[in-house]
Design a protein. Structure first.
Length: 89
């Protein structure tokens, strides 16, 4: 009977070790939860960026003001009748 109790106790200790530390144990599950949360946060940021880019694309397709703003700011273009001044410090 004593040997049976010792064997059951050793089996219990082994199973506890596997549960807490072993492969696929609680530590691994916790790490996977952390990775999933980090990926969700990254996806949320990328989703916001995609929405902003999509809004800009739609604005460029539909409105002339956005095209004019892009031409003025990024390409340095001016309208007919306007005078371009460059200030050098």
């Amino acid at each position: 009977m004593k040997n049976l109790i010792i064997m059951l106790l050793l089996l219990l200790l082994y199973l506890q070790y596997r549960l807490w530390v072993g492969e696929g144990g609680l530590r691994d599950v916790w790490d996977l939860h952390q990775e999933v949360e980090n990926q969700r946060q990254e996806n949320a940021g990328l989703r916001e960026r995609n929405e902003a880019l999509n809004a800009e694309v739609l604005d460029l397709k539909q409105g002339l003001e956005a095209i004019e703003e892009h031409a003025r700011e990024d390409l340095g273009m001016v309208k007919d009748g306007e005078t371009f001044y460059q200030v050098v410090e």
